[in-house]
Every structure is written in C-alpha cells, then in structure tokens.
Design a binder for this molecule. Sequence first.
Ligand SMILES: [Zn+2]
Length: 69
Amino acid sequence: MQKRWTIGEIKKFVETNSDSKLLTTEYQGFSQKLEFECACGNKFEKTFKKFKNNHQRKCDVCQPPKASR
Ligand SMILES: [Zn+2]
C-alpha cells in the first residue's frame, strides 16, 4: 500500500534526510515536480519519488545526473 504523503511530512523528510530545503507548499501527488533549494543555493525541480527513492537529493551541480549510456 502506498503511503499518502502530506506537504508537511515531505518537508520534514527533506529536512531530515538531506541538506536541501523544500520550496513547494502544495503537494498533489507522486508525479508532481517539487521545487527544492540545494545547500549550495541552487534551486532544482524533482518529483518526490525521485528525491526519496532514487536518492536524488541535491541539485544537478552537486550531484550530476548519471549518464545513461
Ligand atoms: Zn547544489
């Protein structure tokens, strides 16, 4: 069963599990892109699913996306 996250829980998860901050104030579902602020000050967008399950918890500068080849 999939847990239903609230924006408050996500914010807490982000603060507890990363150095990033959550800027988005409304959460509509796993497919929604949320806006984060990285510890370096860069802003980046990511779905919460990727943030949580794929450990993509920083901006593309601090954590470059893996080349898929
Ligand atoms: Zn960064």
